[in-house]
Design a protein around this ligand. Structure first.
Ligand code: ZN
Length: 230
């Protein structure tokens, strides 16, 4: 038996389709959200007609964001976790207190909104350092997901520096899953952004197939990310 956990970052409106796939197969998932990016109204994805300077997009795909109007419809029943208020990223231009405030305020927002503890964290841009990790631990966070990889997510040096088995679009995704099983790992954990599938049916089908295969595998059960450190 192996438990499979997954998490998804940034709250793009492509999470609407992703959560409906998860519900269809009874899959658990954690969504790492930035409350400052949650507007009153949901904005849907669009392709830029031409490259635009200073406007964020994924290869020209503006992913939109889930807004307050659909926040519960989309995320209720899943775990939500802090990804800082507006993606505050650890680095030399980010004072520690500003980073920690971003992380903690996001958690408070999510706990008020969803009326449950939200002790998870995902490091924006995967950037972390020891001071920030200790600060998050003191603030009561249970884990912090990096973008580094391991064959066994439970063999962490520190739970605030948690590694996953990889990214959902890794070319050797299934080899990594087999390696985790061969290693005797109790968890297989992957992450991504739903906007990386843009509006490409082939990519969405690829992910749905992964989720379907896990759900139909009698030796697999779904888990939440926080279960890895519990
Ligand atoms: Zn992010």
């Amino acid at each position: 038996m192996i438990k499979v956990a997954m998490c998804w970052d940034d709250g793009p409106s492509t999470d609407i389709r992703l959560t409906s796939i998860c519900r269809k197969y009874g899959a658990k998932a954690t969504f790492n959200l930035c409350p400052k990016w949650i507007s009153a109204k949901t904005t849907l994805p669009t392709w830029q007609s031409q490259p635009q300077v200073g406007v964020w997009s994924h290869k020209g795909f503006q992913c939109g964001r889930v807004g307050l109007d659909r926040l519960h419809e989309v995320y209720d029943g899943f775990e939500v976790a802090s990804h800082c208020m507006c993606h505050e990223t650890v680095g030399k231009n980010m004072p520690l207190d500003r980073f920690l405030k971003g992380a903690i305020d996001a958690r408070k927002f999510l706990e008020d909104e969803f009326q449950k503890p939200c002790r998870g964290f995902a490091w924006p841009c995967g950037q972390y350092d020891d001071h920030s990790a200790l600060g998050l631990q003191e603030a009561g966070f249970a884990y912090g997901r990096t973008t580094e990889q391991t064959v066994d997510p439970q063999r962490y040096v520190h739970p605030l520096i948690l590694k996953s088995n990889g990214h959902f679009q890794d070319g050797n995704f299934w080899e990594k899953f087999e390696a985790a099983k061969a290693n005797g790992s109790k968890f297989f954990y992957f992450w991504g952004h739903s906007y990386e599938m843009v509006d490409c049916e082939g990519l969405w089908n690829q992910l749905e197939e992964k989720i379907r295969l896990f759900s139909e595998d009698p030796d697999v059960s779904w888990a939440n990310v926080i279960d890895i450190v519990s």
